[in-house]
Design a protein around this ligand. Sequence first.
Ligand SMILES: Cc1cc2nc3c(=O)[nH]c(=O)nc-3n(C[C@H](O)[C@H](O)[C@H](O)COP(=O)(O)OP(=O)(O)OC[C@H]3O[C@@H](n4cnc5c(N)ncnc54)[C@H](O)[C@@H]3O)c2cc1C
Length: 441
Amino acid sequence: MACVPRWTMTDSCEVLVVGAGLAGLQCARELQAAGREVRVWEAADDVGGRIRTEHRDGFLVDRGFQVLNPAYPAVRRWVDVGALDMQPFGAGLGVRRDDGLAVLAHPLREPQLIAGTFGSGLAKPREVAALLRWAAPAIVRSWGQYDDGGRRTAVPVRDVTLRQAMDDARLAGGLRRVVERFFAGVLLEDDGSTSNDFARLLLRTFAFGVPGLPRLGMQALPRQLAAALATPVRTGTAVDSIRREGGSMLVRAAGAELRAEQVVVAMDPASAESLALGIDGGGATGSGVPAMKGVLTHWFAASEPPTRLNLLCVDARERPGGPLVNTAVVSNAAPGYAPAGRHLVQTSALFGPGRPVPGDDAVRRHAAEIYGADAAGWELVARHEVPNALPVQPPPLGSPQPAEISPGLFACGDHRATASIQGALESGHLAAQAVLRPDFG
Ligand SMILES: Cc1cc2nc3c(=O)[nH]c(=O)nc-3n(C[C@H](O)[C@H](O)[C@H](O)COP(=O)(O)OP(=O)(O)OC[C@H]3O[C@@H](n4cnc5c(N)ncnc54)[C@H](O)[C@@H]3O)c2cc1C
């Protein structure tokens, strides 16, 4: 393709992917595998988007606590999980009740903890029956609602909010509180407004897989995808305009210009929408900007672990003692996150407009209460405010939005599929397929 001299030298390629989060990287990888000449431009100083890992004082800390579940269909299909050297959490939950920390264990994966679960009185038969009524459709294989890429293939029931579905199943009491508090940390909302179908998809993933952390931190996941690219991701390159010129697209960033036959916008929703305003006369990604939910994660160093449990812990008391939606001694599951002889505790609280921002002391106090331990000696390693962690996912849970926006212009990202690692990878895959479609036609 001809080079056009301009304010800076114009490069060219077949496909430019804008954004090196999971969606953009997966898309680029598949395009490259299909023989396309692909470039990836990324605004940040490294790949990963919302999945970044920092080194702090010998600890590994992710920018906001998150986990990788190998049972996501997209992870099974496109990620070399073995190479990530996963450090799994236990299959269960630590549950703070009025009388201390109890364990709710996965009946098949942690059978040795089952006696404790029933002995604790956490699971009353009536509540367990209601829980099964609510959860069964996610567990029974015949539900068959997702194809092997995690894409919805049928909608057997009317989707409602998670709260409505739990009411319908008459799930109440202590077990309901456990489920609600667990999902508050996973969905980053505490009003049960998320799609019940989506919550059950996640539940299914937790039932069939054990989440964990890569030995080198969560960012090892996007790094693995990026390492497969023949042309390294160009970081520090924030695209500020995309416009159609002749039969191709002209893309500009500070100090760089590129002409591409096709462009995939793989940016977070707000950035994608503001950039799209300049493409094809505006509103080009066609999705609107979904509201985003946030999280505040504190990482503390401890000389003694407050519990030996390698489980996510929630406060399921009627009146929780503070702002946390969950906490975990991360180094109990992932020793690689802490230097020898030290321990790493994460705490997560919901974060966003209208919510008071808890101080470090309030967070530390609540964590100490959950574990029934003394947290006075904990040192703050890092504090991450992540306002745009997850897009909202209200009912009904539809199929992913079409990737092709207009001829030569495509979009992907978790906000176009489901608010998850699964959704980001799947959306990247669908965008690659859309770019390649004429080849198959
Ligand atoms: C704290 C936290 C906890 C989470 N926990 C989980 C979890 O436990 N399980 C789970 O499944 N999911 C979880 N998620 C969600 C998951 O991380 C995301 O769904 C996924 O990473 C989104 O990937 P993406 O590629 O769609 O978007 P992003 O990661 O947002 O990537 C978009 C990229 O575009 C780049 N960009 C933006 N503007 C420009 C521009 N102008 N020019 C060039 N590049 C640009 C951005 O810098 C970014 O790199 C969590 C997310 C967070 C933040």
